[in-house]
Ligand binder design. Sequence first.
Ligand code: ADP
Ligand code: ZN
Ligand code: ZN
Length: 743
Amino acid sequence: MSAFCDVCVDIAVADTNRAFTYSIPENMRVLEGMRVIVPFGSRKVEGIVLALKDEAQVELSRIKPIIRTLEDYTAILPPLMQLAKEMADKFNCPLAATLRLMVPAQLRKSRVSVKNEKFARLLVSGEDIKKARESQSRAPKRQLLIDLMSDGEEHSLSTLRLLVRSPLLALQKLEEQGIVEIFEKEVFRKPYPAGLVKTEDPILTPGQEEVLSEIIPAINRGQGSFLLHGVTGSGKTEVYIRAVRHALKLGKTAIVLVPEIILTPQIVSWFISRFGDVAAVLHSRLSAGERYDEWRRLRLGDAKVAIGARSAVFAPLQNLGIIIVDEEHEQSYSSESSPAYDAREVALSRCKREGAALLLASATPSILSFAKAGRGDYMLLEMPERVNAKPLPKVHIVDMREELRLGNTGIFSNLLMQKLEECIKKGDQAMLFVNRRGYAPSVVCRSCGERLQCNQCDVAQTYHRSDKQMHCHYCGAVTSVPEKCPSCGSNFLKTCGVGTQKLEEELKRLFPGVTTVRLDNDTTRGKDGHRKQLSVFRSGAAQVMVGTQMIAKGLDFPQVTLVGAVLADLSLNLPDYRAAERTFQLLTQLAGRSGRGDSEGEVIIQSYKPEHYAIKAAATQDFRSFFNQEFSRRRKDLYPPFTIIARILCLADDNIIARKVSGEMFSLLDNKLKEKPLWKKSVLFFREDDAPIKRIMGKHRSQLFIKMVDNKQGEEVIAYLSEISRMEWDCSVQLEVNPATLA
Ligand code: ADP
Ligand code: ZN
Ligand code: ZN
């Protein structure tokens, strides 16, 4: 047993790399990765044991002993400890920041505790039960309790309470007489009800068989990374389920990552119904207690499959067999806050270290992953057909400029009107997409052209019909609609553009009596909001679902035969080199919601840029054609994956300060590049300016923007940028490498 250990203290609050040495009292079992309470100055703080040591480098008289351990198991398993160290190195951030990712917030702040529940059990058996029962002839409630517990099992008070009103007093009486024992036991709070119906296993399609014949051997040998490109409706979920089951059969564990937005109760209960109690769920909508308990179930081996959003990649599982990343192209797999890790890369690192297989899957793989597959980093697997050879939906593109020329200024093209009418008449369901929530994305003065803006952010305010107020979608501020134009005083303010509320209103106006449900951030708030909207649609109580990108993802409604993208190209105009990729993914996923049942599906894409290759490729659902065009465009224009884009964002209360800081950074880099000709060769381009959105939540934003070659020198430049960003500046600064958005 070692006598000393290094402890990273206070990981919940401190951003520290420093470890302090403590002594381990005799008879205390301390392991690397355990959480401990240690004296620190005059306080007692929580820490993580980083390493055990036989000797201390510090003077013995200054070393204090550990006060106690918080659990009798290691909170951070050895491979996860290594991962934390690797990430701290890679992101140039304090170890405390990466250790924090490995334990749930609830555990770090000791906000929740283990939950105990009261249980009761009969102490008598056989003939004695009858005697005990007779002895209670004047207390029918006690008799009933004896009957209920006559199986000799433990019964929780909460279940007894369902059958007998207020059973505690009666049980206590029985306990006094030695008939019953009441005791407390640790229980896990479960976010999802047990005892869900078990669904039968379908017979695998040849496509699924083939893909699994590659994945299963990889799980067996504990090695192999795959990218599965399977069209929408090709049955990828069934592949995940079989792969996970195989891992379980080998006594291994599994992680299934699903984007937060589609981690709906529907998907979760579906997984749980196929895996049973061995699945645990980790995501942000769980209560603190539930999250903590799910984490402990995984750590203690009670659960063997972790299903969750991005952060579930750190699930405390041992003997990992496979990590699956569903919808791998989703932006939400990259973390926006520091350390800005990419869950797919973390998954790869874990799989390599822990001897597991990796499966990334999507109907629209990211350009990056598909390029990696082309390079041989992943083995490419394909499922080009839908289950049961169901055809992919037929897609029509409507040129909205032509509609205008024909005098149609409405939201719906003639074709979409006609198809909606047919769909509604037939009693089928439809989905309509527009990528803005609210009523109108902007309010403009017809006299001077002024657009109403949030006074905290440099973005247009959205008009919401439900509360008749102006909303800012960046900071959430809500203000009333001014009577007059704040700029010229005219009365000619008018709403422009289409949001989900307006789309729904127009639909109801054009199709009187049609039932609708709206799915956007406004209607899905709260723990149950999402589920409620979905079940309204599933039950058929609403015939048309109107929504934002939320409706594009993962939903499986067999009655939907028509999908309409009302304004397909809004996302093409974003200040982002991935705008085309995003638009293609969104439209292809959206189209994939149509025709999943027995009837064939149709899709209508309304666009002002119908000739754009992202729109054309989405219409034919031709991923390869899109990939080829996008890949050569990126090569030509020097965008990732051929280059690295980085920026340091400066945020200040004052634009002058923000620009001063970014300007000074520019000079630093400029001078450095003069000293380092090799670096200079790798830097293709750099500039300093205002960020595309100049102000968010009152903070002025400026940036140092750099594009460089993806090579060793490029990485050295990034390390230098990270050094710059950690210097003392007059405002807060953030380094972003290939950021998810360039706003
Ligand atoms: P994807 O995720 O690839 O879009 P899903 O996994 O949602 O596709 O599968 C599409 C539909 O096909 C689902 O309703 C699913 O239950 C069904 N399905 C999947 N595999 C099979 C199979 N082998 N036999 C019959 N139906 C299947
Ligand atoms: Zn005006
Ligand atoms: Zn705002």
